[in-house]
Design a protein around this ligand. Structure first.
Ligand SMILES: [Zn+2]
Length: 359
């Protein structure tokens, strides 16, 4: 069905606040959880999704959910009447969208090779190292997890060094081809922080997050190194961090945030899976299916943050995970701890500092 309006028109009509525009999508403040710039509207497919609360759907759903209407026919009529004349504008948008050719994501061997080579060029600043030690990681863990400070400037130089090593960067999230046809890395001087490599079960690097020193604008602490919506680039796909022998363990813990997963595994010795966010469960779903088919796991333990008493989207995350675990025949459990420690990593660190205890 060809609609006489698109999802941006719906957002305009609902008075949603635009925070950031990308070629194929835009970030708005989320009307469901108030997340700043968390609601992503994709104008190519006319769908929306909040990266914080997980609310999602098509453009008519957006209108119905925000206005509280359940009558989709009336919603459609209202939107069509209101937006009947913006055809030219919409055609112009479609043109921008189709001009960009993303690359297909490279295979895991290529990703690992490229990210390892990149990290080998970089160093970890003393202040970032102190930060990681204070979170409970050991010197050895910090070395083997290859945390590195995000460089400031000299980005082209980094790309040349990778080209010198004949590393393929096409299809590696974070790299893209500029309008002049040059390979580039999608880093900027405002991205002060450190890289958190995200590993699969074979300790191959599947993707990289950046942990910001000073979360700016949207107060986001982590972003993926990504080059989506750029020529020759692609999105990170939000891979999940795997720590420990998850295919030979009967009990597996699930938390949110790759760095948190790495720390919690180090402090407890337990196998951990960490999705990027409490409601980012697509990759988690396919991993649980693999564990169901190939692994020995019987119990999935929810170790998401303890702020579900004040945070609706965390509460939804707990429910979704229990449902997902049950879907593959695992018994879902939840571990709880003193609410004064928000994350499982904070709690484990406090316990270790007190008496060197275990989970
Ligand atoms: Zn939201």
């Amino acid at each position: 069905m060809d609609f006489p309006f698109d999802i941006y028109d719906v957002a305009d009509q609902l008075g949603l606040e635009l925070k950031k525009q990308h070629p194929k999508s835009s970030d708005y403040n989320c009307p469901f959880c108030d997340g700043r710039a968390k609601l992503n509207l994709n104008v190519k497919h006319n769908v929306f999704r909040c990266n914080r609360c997980g609310e999602n759907g098509g453009m008519i759903d957006l209108f119905c959910k925000v206005t509280g209407t359940s009558d989709r026919k009336t919603a459609y009529r209202l939107l069509a009447e209101h937006n009947g004349y913006s055809v030219t504008q919409r055609q112009a948008r479609k043109k921008t969208v189709s001009g960009i050719k993303e690359a297909e994501k490279a295979d895991i061997k290529n990703l690992h090779e490229c990210y390892s080579a990149l990290l080998n060029i970089l160093t970890l600043s003393p202040s970032h190292k102190r930060n990681l030690l204070a979170r409970g990681l050991s010197e050895e863990q910090i070395r083997s997890n290859m945390y590195r400070s995000v460089p400031r400037g000299e980005y082209d130089h980094i790309v040349y060094r990778l080209l010198d090593k004949s590393i393929n960067m096409i299809g590696v999230p974070g790299f893209y081809v500029s309008d002049e046809g040059e390979m580039r890395i999608n880093l900027h001087n405002c991205m002060g922080g450190f890289f958190v490599p995200v590993f699969n079960e074979q300790r191959q690097i599947q993707g990289m997050q950046i942990r910001f020193d000073d979360p700016f604008e949207s107060k986001r602490k982590y972003i993926w190194l990504s080059s989506s919506e750029k020529n020759g680039g692609c999105s990170s796909g939000s891979p999940v961090q795997i720590s420990g022998d998850i295919f030979n363990s009967e009990v597996i813990y699930v938390t949110e945030g790759p760095l948190k997963g790495q720390i919690a595994h180090h402090l407890s010795g337990k196998p951990f899976i960490a999705a990027a966010g409490v409601n980012q469960q697509k990759e988690l779903d396919s991993l649980l299916l693999r564990i169901c088919n190939e692994g020995k796991c019987s119990t999935i333990v929810d170790a998401f943050d303890m702020d579900d008493d004040k945070n609706e989207h965390v509460l939804r995350g707990h429910r979704n995970l229990a449902w997902l675990a049950a879907k593959y025949g695992f018994s879902p459990k939840r571990v709880t701890w003193d609410r004064k420690y928000k994350g499982i990593d904070d709690y484990l660190l406090a316990v270790r500092n007190l008496k060197g205890g275990a989970l």
